[in-house]
Write a protein that binds this ligand. Structure first.
Ligand SMILES: [Cu+2]
Length: 118
């Protein structure tokens, strides 16, 4: 009864494999934007900048920034949103800072900012 036994083992093996396949959870298909929003600091590099204007009411800051590698952006002066308006409280025009930024929901957004060490 060697053959039937082998056949049974083969069939059992297949059944286990199929069951494992069926039970394995689907790979979560989170869009890249969501992943970036949840952990923006992971990929974004720090960029040096000078604060030109702080708009606390609008939650925006104007920065004269150096090249931003992760956004493929050359040096320029531009307005950024911030993820939290509290980030603007310690900033004033003329401050030298470093920051990380990402494109969140289509808008360039500062995700971290701190004053540069003198
Ligand atoms: Cu820019």
């Amino acid at each position: 009864m060697r053959l039937p036994h082998q056949l049974l083992c083969a069939l059992t093996g297949m059944a286990v494999a199929l069951a494992a396949q069926a039970q394995s959870p689907a790979v979560p298909s989170a869009p890249p934007a969501t992943a970036a929003a949840s952990s923006p600091a992971a990929s974004a590099a720090w960029t040096a900048a000078e604060v030109r204007r702080v708009d606390r009411a609008a939650g925006k800051v104007t920065l004269r920034h150096e090249a931003i590698a992760n956004l493929d952006m050359p040096p320029m002066t531009m307005v950024f949103r911030v993820t939290e308006t509290a980030m603007l409280e310690v900033l004033a025009a003329g401050d030298r800072v470093r920051f990380t930024a990402d494109k969140i929901r289509g808008e360039y957004t500062v995700t971290q900012i701190e004053k540069a060490s003198p």
